[in-house]
Design a protein around this ligand. Structure first.
Ligand code: ADP
Length: 216
């Protein structure tokens, strides 16, 4: 099962990816988490990426394609994977098509979590994250429900970086959706509502069922 999660920053991709990972037992490939791990380990790539992430901008296509190429070649990806945060530009999408073809793989579904811009701005400003498992929480939450770690604010969730992230998403990442719409692979899911309701729809989409909203 190869799944691609698509949506704006703050749309809930990370939360749903965690659910899909436990459900299907396949790895979650989150390019943002991979970059943050490089920054934490103070690698050459991490040092290059740090100011770019802090400003809410995109790391170059060349670097990101290299990272994903390397990751998809690892053995744990053989049974399938959940891609989150990549591709974010049309050249990245084209490179991913080539890479998937080389590996003899294809995406089963592209799951689009749709959330209006005002709601994204509200969710991102002040959100807190667990430094251990990357789960996110609303402002004011003390510790992670899963592992009790103290929560922190991501540098790019500070107000100065939130708007640039949404703007670059609208400019560079919205066109990526058309790339997959042409292939008829996209399931669009309303990203507002309870996590459980959204998870139900995401699972239905991943399993190839038509996504319907549950009526009370
Ligand atoms: P979010 O989707 O909430 O913005 P991510 O954790 O997916 O957060 O990504 C954080 C940052 O990492 C992005 O704002 C960007 O700077 C960088 N990044 C992650 N993936 C990519 C990518 N595919 N292309 C370019 N930059 C990326």
């Amino acid at each position: 099962m190869n799944l691609l999660l698509y949506g704006a920053p703050g749309s809930g991709k990370g939360t749903q990816a965690n659910m899909l990972r436990s459900h299907f037992g396949i790895p979650h490939i989150a390019t943002g988490d991979m970059l943050r791990a490089e920054i934490a380990a103070d690698t050459e790539l991490g040092r290059q990426a740090q100011p770019i992430l802090a400003a809410g901008k995109y790391v170059s296509d060349e670097i990101m394609i290299g990272i994903v190429r390397h990751r998809l070649g690892e053995p744990d990806c053989v049974p399938g994977f959940i891609m989150d945060g990549f591709p974010r530009t049309v050249p990245q999408a084209e490179a991913l098509d080539d890479l998937m073809a080389e590996l003899g793989k294809r995406f089963d579904r592209v799951i689009y979590l749709k959330v209006p811009v005002e709601e994204l701005l509200r969710r991102l400003s002040g959100r807190l994250v667990c430094p251990t498992c990357q789960r996110t929480y609303p402002p004011g939450t003390a510790s992670c429900q899963a592992d009790a770690s103290s929560l922190v604010q991501r540098e790019d969730d500070r107000p100065a970086a939130v708007r640039p992230r949404i703007e670059i998403y609208l400019e560079k990442t919205v066109p990526v959706l058309d790339h997959y719409r042409i292939g008829g692979l996209v399931s669009e899911i309303d990203g507002r509502g309870t996590i459980e309701e959204i998870s139900r729809q995401v699972l239905a989409a991943a399993n190839g069922r038509v996504v319907k909203k549950q009526t009370a």
